[in-house]
Design a binder for this molecule. Structure first.
Ligand code: SAM
Length: 356
């Protein structure tokens, strides 16, 4: 129920009302200030990640002076950073010094954790996110992956990794009937494989499977080749440089996955048709993506606000994150059956279907 903001003499009970009056200045100012505070906290965290301050504190709690000494930094500047990080809730006091708050090491530093979000801070500060968007507000100039920097590709790999960590194997285990096929051995395709984190994860988790990674970006495929070789799985992983719109694979696949990229397809119906054609009868297509909110309330939630930030990059490559239900419609349109969905986090959902 909403209440009126007009004042009522204390002797008369305030009537219940459903009309919401205009917010006061005092109501509104904290909303604006919390945006500034969030920005200060985010800059403090990304500085702490890049400089090694957070890593050092995760290894051993320390005073600002000891921290500065260990990293060869200016003690006064380090003390300023520590205080800001304490204010942001990232650090706690320990004796005369500081330690990371509970779970902060997992959330901000542990790239192998399904809960890792540290990569999002550095992605948000890359020029491809806000700077280039603002500079192109008038021209509306678009770009594609080959126009982005190697630093951007590396940063995106950092944000994509926890999505793969949640997908393989726990997310895939939620798809009825799939886990058994993966254990006994089959053919798996990672469409839009990027720099190969998923291809390696699939190959190492399912040692009886053959894995193919397909991506349209030459630099990403090069990185994937290096990653696959370093992981020692090159004998079971094939990498293909191709737009998904032109994808034609030799062997029928049991499983096709797509991690945080389906919304980027230039022609999503053509790609879905290609995926269907690449699957054996009964084979699965699992789309792992951001579920973009489809309500104003959702947009105003914390995940909604983060995903709205990601839309600045997506707009520049001429797409947008999609509401999860859009994938139900897509799979139905292409004759997939046994549709299912799972929410892995508020910013990560799976949608799947089987080829008839
Ligand atoms: C956000 S990255 C994700 C990469 C990887 N799946 C991950 O999670 O780290 C998107 C990738 O999709 C690729 N991509 C997007 N649309 C594509 C298309 N239509 N055909 C081929 N590759 C595409 C890009 O080249 C880029 O490597």
């Amino acid at each position: 129920m909403t209440t009126s903001r007009t004042s009522t003499p204390s002797s008369i009970p305030a009537p219940a009302t459903t009309t919401e009056g205009p917010a006061t200045l005092a109501d509104t100012a904290p909303k604006v200030l919390s945006l500034i505070a969030g920005y200060m906290g985010a800059r403090t965290v990304s500085m702490g990640l890049r400089s090694g301050l957070l890593r050092q504190l995760a290894d051993s709690p320390a005073t600002a002076d000891d921290l500065a000494d260990a990293l060869g930094m200016d003690p006064f500047y380090v003390a300023v950073w520590c205080r800001a990080a304490l204010g942001a809730g990232v650090l706690e006091r320990q004796g005369a010094g500081f330690r990371l708050g509970d779970h902060m090491a997992t959330l901000l530093l542990d790239t192998s954790s399904p809960a890792y979000v540290g990569g999002v801070f550095t992605v948000a500060e890359a020029p491809e996110m806000f700077g280039r968007f603002e500079a192109s507000l008038t021209s509306g100039e678009r770009m594609w992956w080959e126009d982005t920097s190697p630093e951007w590709i590396a940063a995106v790999t950092g944000t994509g990794t926890p999505f793969y960590t949640r997908l393989v194997p726990a997310g895939l285990e939620q798809v009825p009937g799939l886990a058994e096929r993966l254990t006994t051995g089959c053919t798996v395709v990672d469409t839009a494989c990027g720099s190969g984190v998923g291809a390696v994860r699939l190959a190492t988790t399912y040692p009886r499977c053959q894995v193919t990674g397909v991506d349209g970006d030459a630099h990403s495929i090069e990185l994937a080749r290096e990653r696959v070789a370093a992981a020692g799985v090159a004998d079971r992983v094939t990498l293909v440089h191709s737009a998904l719109e032109d994808m034609a694979l030799e062997e029928p696949a049991t499983l096709v996955v797509n991690n945080i990229s389906m919304h980027e397809c230039r022609d999503i119906d053509r790609v879905t048709g290609n995926v269907r054609d690449a699957l054996e009868p009964g084979g699965w297509f699992v789309i792992s993506d951001f579920p973009f909110p489809d309500t104003d309330e959702g947009l105003r939630s914390t995940p909604g606000r983060i995903m709205s930030g990601i839309q600045f990059f997506e707009a520049q490559i001429d797409d947008q994150l999609l509401p999860r239900a859009a994938y139900d419609e897509l799979l139905s349109r292409h004759g997939f059956t046994d549709l299912g969905t799972a929410s892995l986090t508020p910013m990560h959902a799976l949608t799947w279907g089987r080829r008839r």
